[in-house]
Design a protein around this ligand. Structure first.
Ligand SMILES: [Zn+2]
Length: 126
């Protein structure tokens, strides 16, 4: 029973989000401009908007988990070298681009570290 209730709550929430997104993403306007759009055209238009939104959402969530800059942490709390276990030295931030399933690029900025002992560079797992 509990699972079913949760599903219904989520679906109400999704309906509200959808109604809001329709305007925010310009889809209400798009539909007015394309009154004879086919199912496939509507689906493609929604996919394009949602893929961009999806990429932004993923980027925001990933960065949220990596919000803290570990170069400011005391040595014992810093990420350690995977090979010898020494605390890493922070070497500034580096940006990477990843590709989502929807074909959008996601920009990730992470603190890059090197090991003072073996000199190996790492992006510590976030
Ligand atoms: Zn090392």
């Amino acid at each position: 029973m509990k699972a079913k209730k949760n599903t219904r709550q989520r679906s109400e929430q999704i309906q509200q989000v959808s109604a809001g997104l329709r305007d925010v993403l310009g889809m209400t306007q798009w539909r007015k401009e394309h009154p004879k759009a086919t199912w496939a055209e509507i689906e493609a238009a929604v996919d394009e908007q949602i893929n961009q939104l999806r990429a932004q959402l993923i980027q925001d969530l990933v960065q949220l988990g990596e919000g803290e800059n570990w170069s400011e942490l005391p040595q014992e709390e810093r990420p350690r070298c995977a090979r010898c276990g020494k605390p890493l030295w922070a070497r500034g931030e580096q940006t990477r681009y990843l590709q989502t399933n929807g074909g959008e690029a996601i920009k990730l900025t992470r603190t890059y570290g090197t090991c003072p002992q073996c000199g190996v560079g790492f992006f510590p797992p976030g």
